[in-house]
Structures are given as C-alpha cells and as structure tokens.
Design a protein around this ligand. Structure first.
Ligand SMILES: Cc1cc2nc3c(=O)[nH]c(=O)nc-3n(C[C@H](O)[C@H](O)[C@H](O)COP(=O)(O)OP(=O)(O)OC[C@H]3O[C@@H](n4cnc5c(N)ncnc54)[C@H](O)[C@@H]3O)c2cc1C
Length: 411
C-alpha cells in the first residue's frame, strides 16, 4: 500500500476519528483503519444511554475526575475541554444541552446523527477509510501488518496513531489484543481491568430470583476511599442476578475494585431511606400495630416494600426482623459484601493500558519514534459522566496533531 507521508490511524473510535481530524487540519494525508466493517461502534452503543458527551462542571473540578492521572489528562483538556467539545459538536450540527445532573448530551440524545455527520465531513476533508483492516503488529521490516478480507497487507508509515480502545465490550471492536505487539516491543502496559463495572454479591437464590432487575432509588452508597476517608453519594443502582450495578456503583467502582484486589472483598453500606433519620425510622416501626404482618407494618409505617424490604430480609436474621432498632439500623446502613468486579467484557470502560510515562508530550511512544497513542488504550480511568469521551477526544486531538507534525517534518 502506498503510505509514506500519510498519518496512519488505527482504530476508528472517538479518539482515532479525532486524531484523523486533527492530523488532516494540520495538513497531513490521513488513512484510518479499523478491524470492523464500520467505525464508531462503541460510540453508537454509548448513544443508547443518551450519549453523555461531557460534563458542565468547572474545569478545576472536571480534571479531578481523572484521579492520579489528573496532571497528564489536564494538559490534553487544556487544548480541548468540555466547552470546546460542545462547540465542535455544534459545528457538526449537533446541539447539546446540560441535564439536571450537569451532564451534557446531544439534544436528540443520539450518537448516530453525530457520527454520520462526522464521518461525512472527514471523508469530504480527504480522510481515507479502510474498514475490515485488522492490525496485527509490525512486520520484521517495520511495516504495519494488517489482515484484510483480500489477504495480508503491509503498510510503511512515517507516523502511526494507535487508538485501539480498551477491552470492554469486545464485540464492538476494542478487544485488547493490541497489548501483545506493543508488549513485544518493550512498551510497559498496566494490565487492563474493569472500570465503571458491576460487582458480584452472594445473594440467596430466593432474593436473586425475586429482585434481579429491580432498581434501587434513591439510595446512598457509603464506601471507603483509597485515602481512608468515608465517601457517601446518593444515586441509583440495580440489583442483578449476580450482584449489583448501575451509575452509583460505577462512580465508586475504581476504589471498590482496588480494595477487592488488596483485601479479597470489600464491604459497602447502603442507606435505603436517605430522607429519614434513624430515630424517626425506629419510632415509626415501634408505632406500627403489632397484629399486622411484618410486610404490612413496614409498608404502612415507612412505605417500605419491594426490593428495599427484600434487602432487609436478605441481610438480617429472622428474629432481628421484629426488632425496630436492628431493622432501622439495616435500613440506614445496609452492609453488603462485594466479592469481585464483573468481567472486563461487561464493564463500561477499561482501566490500565499503555503507561503514560512511555509517552512524550505529543503522546508519541518514546521507544517507538513515529508511533502515537490515544484514547482508552492509555492508562487513565474516570467515572461515567462524559469524562471518558472527553479525554478520548482530547487525547486524539493531541496525538493526531503531533503525528501530523512528525510526518510532515519527515518529508
Ligand atoms: C455501553 C457503553 C456506554 C458508554 N457510554 C458512555 C457515555 O455516555 N459517555 C462517555 O463519556 N463514555 C461512554 N462510554 C465509554 C466510551 O464509549 C469509550 O471510552 C470510548 O468509546 C473509547 O474511545 P476510543 O476511541 O479510545 O476506543 P473505542 O471507541 O473502543 O474504539 C477503538 C476502535 O479500535 C478498533 N480496533 C481495536 N483493535 C483493532 C485492531 N487490532 N485493528 C484495527 N482496529 C482495531 C475497534 O474496532 C474500535 O473501532 C460507554 C461505553 C460503553 C461500553
């Protein structure tokens, strides 16, 4: 394949597409390869949840969401932040709005119109798309090795941007198999681990059968942060056959996953009645007429029924169910033991990836001059809330522009 003087981007997710745009704007020829038959599959699936593009909170709060990788991610976001992302979407004809939680969505809550308009514009700008091109690593002569329906091809590239994603939802193309060729070339890669994921809990068969799929809202989740501080957050989660998932659990998932890795399991507490005080609950339970069934007493005195009542029965011994102090304590601080995170394939995103210390300012691998990396394949993580996409876009811009400079400087 003719290839020199072109930036070759591998991976057509948000990071790769943004790298293509930035490289083209900087004046480079651009070829974009993806192993699937079309680009942006994960972005499309994100659209099913409304496509939370970014978040409207102030920049100095926004950057704290990237935890220990804050400094590096902040430097990408200084060039392409939430406002820049909204302006960019508007440039594609996609207006955005700020939801009640501060999250930013396209007005129609869909990804497909944005992706369609973007790919159309990239094609018009001259980006060449090569789908069904699976990158397998490098040949001995340093060329890029692709498997295609027409057979294997080798591409000589001056500048390559790898934007291969993590390893969650591999059916959407990001399968994490890129770790092997990079590790073989001495690139240090933090193991890919589930992030924004659910957790296993040992439910009784009766509880799981009865309540799997039931939403829990509103509840307050209490957990211990890595620095030992007690964290409390109100939100929603869902009981599953295997345990628990949902946005509230995802928000704490990095700390919970790490605690399980250290301790073998982790204890969380749920406040099932966040609007009521412990004493008020105790008093309400005491005042309930004793001749009614327990379920009826709970329902009438506290409006407690369904999954919340089921959880109290799940964690308390039978005799404790008649003790207002124990029931009230369980309702305000229901202890649950999380056994393990759900598998990476099911997670919203991946933690781990190419360690940022391997990269220079332009996101080029120091050990592989001319090879740049962007997006979720890099070793950073963030909760849901639009932080994932924003950092993917921003790192794509950084890598694409730097790859173009590199490529043009090589001519
Ligand atoms: C269900 C779900 C909902 C989500 N919702 C949101 C949300 O609302 N907001 C948010 O911020 N984030 C959300 N995310 C996360 C977000 O979609 C990802 O963080 C983002 O898509 C990562 O972008 P990326 O470009 O790095 O990788 P990806 O989007 O994963 O793209 C990687 C691309 O590389 C290609 N590829 C991989 N290996 C090869 C290879 N060997 N050869 C050739 N091509 C290859 C893949 O086919 C794929 O097209 C969601 C994720 C999921 C699973």
């Amino acid at each position: 394949m003719s290839s020199r003087n072109s930036v070759h981007i591998i991976g057509g997710g948000p990071a790769g597409l943004m790298a293509a745009e930035a490289a083209r704007e900087a004046g480079a020829e651009v070829d974009l390869h993806d192993q699937l038959g079309s680009v942006g599959r994960k972005l499309l699936i994100a659209g099913k949840g409304g496509l939370n593009l970014t978040h409207s909170e102030p920049f100095d709060v926004f950057v704290t969401r990237y935890g220990e990788r804050r400094a590096q991610v902040e430097s990408w976001l200084r060039e392409f932040d939430a406002d820049a992302l909204r302006a960019w979407a508007a440039g594609l004809g996609v207006d955005t709005f700020v939801g009640s939680s501060g999250r930013v969505f396209p007005r129609d809550l869909k990804a497909a119109p944005l992706l369609r308009a973007w790919v159309r514009r990239l094609r018009a700008q001259g980006v060449r798309f090569h789908v069904n091109h699976e990158w397998r690593g490098w040949n001995e002569d340093g060329t890029l090795a692709f498997a295609t329906p027409a057979g294997d091809i080798a591409v000589r590239a001056d500048a390559t941007v790898l934007a291969l994603g993590g390893a969650s939802w591999p059916v959407l193309g990001s399968d994490g198999r890129w770790t092997r060729p990079l590790a073989e070339r001495g690139i240090d890669i933090a193991p890919l681990r589930p992030s924004n994921c659910g957790f296993d809990i040992h439910w009784s068969a009766h509880f799981a059968q009865r309540h799997a799929g039931d939403p829990l809202k509103p509840v307050v989740l209490e957990w211990i942060a890595p620095d030992g501080s007690v964290q409390r957050r109100q939100g929603e989660c869902v009981i599953t056959q295997y345990g628990i998932e949902g946005s509230l659990v995802y928000a704490a998932s990095a700390a919970l996953r790490d605690a399980i890795e250290r301790e073998g399991h982790v204890r969380i507490h749920l406040d099932l009645l966040p609007d009521r005080k412990l004493v008020a609950i105790e008093n309400a339970l005491r005042a309930a007429p004793g001749k009614r069934s327990l379920s009826e007493q709970w329902r009438r005195s506290l409006g407690l029924a369904g999954v919340k009542a089921g959880l109290v029965r799940e964690v308390l011994a039978a005799e404790a169910l008649h003790d207002p102090i124990k029931v009230a304590s369980a309702l305000k601080a229901l202890p649950l033991t999380l056994l393990r995170p759900r598998p990476l394939e099911e997670a919203i995103s991946s933690a781990g990836g190419v360690r940022l210390e391997m990269l220079d300012e332009g996101l080029m691998l120091r050990q592989l001059p001319g090879v740049f990396c962007a997006g979720e394949m890099l070793d950073w993580e963030a909760p849901t809330g639009g932080y994932l996409l924003t950092a993917c876009f921003a790192s794509g811009r950084r890598a694409g522009a730097a790859a173009a400079r590199w490529c043009l400087g090589q001519r």
